[in-house]
Design a protein around this ligand. Structure first.
Ligand code: SF4
Length: 315
């Protein structure tokens, strides 16, 4: 009788079924990358004169997935409604768990989730180049224990639902991606939580610690577009993996999804430049962002939206 390895949990098997190689890939025209880059260059023509010269790293216009999503949702929020970012237990969980997943993909032997989380928090606390360290070092014993407990259960959940990552899958974790446009005067950047497989068989995966939102799909399409334009191959698939529910929402990357991502980037990028560098009047579009927008007290549209939501949902 031969010895069998540990069987996958049904949730792990589901992930393999959804994003595994047998799922196939769409054919893409060879000319697509050049066409889409030309489309972006053309869209930027009317705002070139607003852009910094790009001669140094700081002298560029930066855009990431959150900024692109915000400019498409509410322009006033994008320009001035976000307030200062502050770390707390809730928003630090994702960073810590992502780091622990990254390390676990390259760790030899079994390691307890709580040990990995303890070590991750200790390392992040001592890394002054990471701004989360300022928050972590100020936690009292209770706060630290609370954070370790929450992150450990999330990491355990991840191990239960996501298949153990093999080195043969060429895992890339927390890997930065960049698209330079307009002669380096524009930099679109992102960070992929997890990528498995080698181009053109790559699958890009965002790990999520909250609920599913439509914007998650847009973020992933943007990453697929950046990969196509930066390295010449789009990923085969993109997927959001929701740790709490062990659900995976995947999408095949096709010519249509890449063209849609390119249009969304072109429109949002041009508008972001007009708003930040050309003093264009921002349009207010009430939505989910109203709940944490610093402009809410003085925004009639936002208050009307919140009042309506309160009535409909009792929040
Ligand atoms: S409250 Fe809502 S509509 Fe008003 S600026 Fe903020 S996000 Fe936009």
């Amino acid at each position: 009788m031969t010895e069998q390895g540990p069987a996958y949990t049904p949730a792990q098997q589901r992930v393999i079924d959804v994003i595994g190689r047998s799922a196939g890939r769409a054919d893409l025209p060879d000319s697509l990358a050049n066409e889409l880059r030309a489309e972006l260059d053309e869209a930027l023509q009317p705002v070139l004169e607003l852009l910094p010269d790009g001669k140094s790293y700081e002298n560029r216009f930066f855009l990431n997935k959150n900024a692109l999503s915000n400019v498409h949702s509410c322009e006033a929020f994008y320009v001035g409604g976000q307030g200062e970012f502050e770390w707390n237990i809730a928003n630090s969980r994702g960073t810590i768990v992502h780091k622990a997943v990254e390390v676990s993909a390259h760790t030899r032997g079994d390691i307890f989730p709580s040990d990995l989380i303890e070590e991750t928090i200790a390392r992040l606390s001592n890394d002054s180049s990471k701004n989360i360290s300022e928050f972590l070092v100020t936690l009292d014993e209770f706060g630290r224990a609370e954070l370790v407990a929450e992150c450990s259960s999330l990491l355990t959940r991840f191990f239960e639902g996501f298949p153990p990552i093999k080195k043969q899958w060429h895992p890339q974790t927390e890997s930065a991606m960049t698209l330079n446009l307009a002669n380096n005067r524009v930099r679109v950047q992102g960070k992929v939580d997890l990528a498995l497989g080698r181009p053109p068989d790559k699958v890009i995966i965002d790990l999520k610690t909250g609920n599913a939102f439509g914007a998650h799909r847009d973020d992933l399409r943007l990453y697929a577009l950046i990969d196509l334009l930066a390295i010449g191959h789009a990923p085969r698939k993109v997927a959001s993996y929701y740790i709490d529910s062990a659900e995976i929402h995947a999408e095949d990357i096709t010519e249509g999804t890449l063209r849609a991502a390119c249009r969304r980037l072109a429109v949002g990028l041009v508008r972001a430049i007009e708003l930040k560098l050309g003093n264009a009047e921002p349009v207010r579009r009430p939505g989910n962002n109203c709940r944490w927008c610093t402009l809410l007290d003085s925004c009639d549209e936002g208050q009307a939206y919140i009042a309506q939501r309160n009535e409909e949902e009792g929040w």
